[in-house]
Design a protein around this ligand. Structure first.
Ligand code: CMP
Length: 403
């Protein structure tokens, strides 16, 4: 009984892991995963088309059964998808170390899951309980946002917006102050001559908002000479001001793309101390074995007890080896070598402390590289042995500095 119970638990755990790989694992690129992604993308686009064509009463009346069938099928697939994502999210290495419920709660508050919920729940309330939500049809269009999951560019845009949030707040404050200032000035100058447009500060505000953010609708215009001069200045100022958020966003977006898509080249590999002294030809070969990986602050890169399938070289940033006396690893150092050398599970967890850039060397390439460059293997062995025996360096000093 006990044995069959534990077998069943193992089967469930395995199924959950497979489900996570098929829906969430960022590294999974297999055929099944690509088919599932393609099915979901087609369904999302189909939903958007259904909303657009379904809004035409004639078309809707003619194909009502098709629309209904498609809506129910979509709801079933999206509900299943969300349910499985929530069930399997505990497999993510990023959320280890907390209770399953806490992990799921945290998962439920991530932007992509909130989009899934928003795209699903109003429709379910409407169809199952007959709640008359007039905007349900419009909310269905939110399902388009599910595509964000499959678009790295949209991710980058969101990340850029978040990274530049302080700049946006600053630019927003400047715009708000200038709008108030322009409205007050025009109210002062124009109130008597043009009471309908500028008689109160609130009316002037309407003029100031449309003049500073566009070139004005022309529904309210200053009529006094001084008012026109000030109005002209505000229009020019508005054009300059609008360039500010656009510039911030463009800069943030470019930074984010650069951070994500760094290309592994000979120069980059040559920066890793352990590869110094290797000639350019061999470095070019090594570059083909390494893959780039950017990690966000607090992301768990290696989890204690996990199978060891690769090792990492730190190019930029700072990571912490989570052992009783934690060790910080900086640019030039490496980790994950112990598991590969001993063919044992990971001896410790390693977490990024700040935005970090790593080079990943998979197990097969590790074996190949070590055969080609025994001197690199000897150095990795030496460091691994030192790590196993010697006490860790004092906390604030980066290991790279001492190496
Ligand atoms: P591995 O066991 O594969 O995964 C965890 C990694 O943490 C390990 O390889 C080492 O690279 C690193 N590590 C473990 N202990 C120490 C230590 N005392 N000092 C520095 N790094 C360590």
């Amino acid at each position: 009984m006990g044995e069959s119970g534990s077998t069943r638990a193992q089967v469930w755990a395995h199924a959950r892991h497979v489900a996570w790989q098929m829906l969430e694992c960022p590294r999974e690129r297999g055929l099944t995963r690509r088919c599932i992604d393609a099915l979901l993308i087609v369904l999302v686009i189909g939903n958007a088309l259904a909303v657009v064509f379904g809004s035409d009463d004639d078309i809707h009346a003619r194909y009502a059964p098709v629309f209904d069938w498609f809506e129910w099928a979509s709801l079933a697939v999206f509900s299943l998808e969300l349910g499985v994502r929530i069930w399997a999210c505990v497999e993510s290495p990023d959320r280890r170390g907390q209770s399953a419920w806490r992990q799921r709660l945290e998962f439920l508050t991530t932007p992509l899951v909130l989009i899934d919920i928003l795209a699903l729940v109003p429709a379910l309330l409407h169809h199952l309980w007959g709640l008359d939500l007039r905007f349900v049809r419009l909310l269905r269009l939110l399902r388009m946002l599910k595509l964000a999951r499959y678009s790295p560019a949209l991710h980058a845009l969101g990340a850029a917006f978040y990274a530049e949030r302080r700049s946006f707040l600053g630019a927003g404050l400047i715009v708000a102050v200038l709008i108030l200032l322009a409205a007050s000035l025009l109210h002062l100058v124009e109130a008597e001559a043009n009471p309908a447009g500028f008689g109160t500060l609130a009316r002037s505000l309407w003029w100031a908002v449309v003049t500073l953010t566009t070139t004005g609708y022309g529904d309210v215009v200053p009529v006094t000479p001084l008012g026109r001069v000030l109005g002209g200045l505000c229009t020019i100022l508005g054009l300059c001001l609008l360039a500010l958020p656009a510039g911030i966003m463009a800069n943030g977006f470019a930074e984010e793309i650069k951070r994500r898509d760094f290309v592994v080249n000979v120069k980059l590999v040559g920066q890793v101390p352990i590869f110094r002294g290797i000639d350019a030809l061999h470095l070019a070969e090594i570059a083909t074995m390494l893959r780039p990986r950017s990690v966000a602050p607090r992301a768990l890169v290696v989890r204690a007890g996990d199978p060891s399938d690769c090792m990492y070289f730190v190019l930029q940033g700072e990571l912490q080896v989570m052992i009783p006396a934690p060790v910080l690893l900086g640019p030039g150092s490496f980790f994950g070598e112990m598991g590969l050398l001993t063919k044992a599970p990971r001896s410790a967890s390693v977490r990024a402390m700040v935005d970090s850039q790593l080079l990943v060397l998979d197990e097969q390439d590790f074996d190949r590289l070590m055969r080609l460059h025994p001197e690199v293997l000897a150095e990795i062995r030496r460091v691994a042995a030192e790590r196993q025996t010697s006490p860790p360096p004092p906390r604030p000093a980066l290991e790279a500095r001492s190496q």
